[in-house]
Design a protein around this ligand. Structure first.
Ligand SMILES: C[S@@+](CC[C@H](N)C(=O)[O-])C[C@H]1O[C@@H](n2cnc3c(N)ncnc32)[C@H](O)[C@@H]1O
Length: 184
């Protein structure tokens, strides 16, 4: 399938796609969807996460008002958008989201602003966490990490949780929830 633009879809088609339970690819090997004119076959480098996966990760996170959440992999803010849902539930000041691609991060910032939300948005490597916003009660990482990032473990609160997609060999992937506990 080739690239699809808003003008191709119309408003109804766009909403249909946004609410469909499909991963919407927004960047391939660094090429943003808006710049693509022909079908691309390289590696997917950014996407709007599958709707049911967004919901599943948020269910596993079991967040409550007052929690502080770090998201790794803000994405573009297209589709069913984790950072926005977190802001809606917890308030802007309790949400930090990191994206390492500056263009993708700028799109997310614009989409969040248009929707009236202003979480702490950071451009950088989320695998280092973001110590200024710590401690976090939850780290959510829909960015297909290869391992659990140690920095994020250090930035968790005592009963904190990490929920991440993990990717492995032969395109295998899984969903992991790690809960920290205090041994006394
Ligand atoms: C699946 S998309 C994010 C989807 C988005 N959170 C949503 O709700 O639809 C993953 C994003 O993670 C970003 N990413 C991947 N590795 C990262 C890292 N180490 N630090 C920060 N962002 C990263 C990619 O650039 C991509 O935009």
């Amino acid at each position: 399938m080739g690239p699809v633009s808003r003008s191709d879809l119309g408003e109804e088609g766009r909403l249909h796609l946004a609410y469909a339970d499909k991963t919407l690819v927004t960047q391939i090997d660094g090429l943003g969807a808006a710049s693509a004119t022909t079908p691309q076959t390289d590696w997917l480098t950014s996407s709007a996460t599958l709707l049911t996966l967004v919901v599943r990760m948020l269910e596993l996170a079991d967040i409550d008002p007052g929690d502080r959440v770090l998201e790794i992999g803000t994405g573009t803010g297209t589709g069913y958008f984790t950072a926005l849902l977190l802001c809606h539930r917890l308030g802007d000041k309790n949400v930090t989201s990191i994206e390492y691609d500056p263009d993708v991060a700028a799109q997310a910032a614009a989409h969040l602003d248009a929707a009236g939300y202003a979480p702490r948005l950071v451009v950088g490597d989320g695998l280092q966490g973001h110590s200024e916003g710590a401690e976090y009660s939850t780290v959510i990482a829909p960015c297909a990490a290869r391992t659990i990032p140690p920095s994020c473990l250090w930035q968790l609160s005592d009963a904190g949780m990490i929920i991440t997609t993990l990717s492995g060999w032969l395109l295998a992937s899984g969903l992991v929830r790690l809960a920290s506990c205090v041994l006394s």
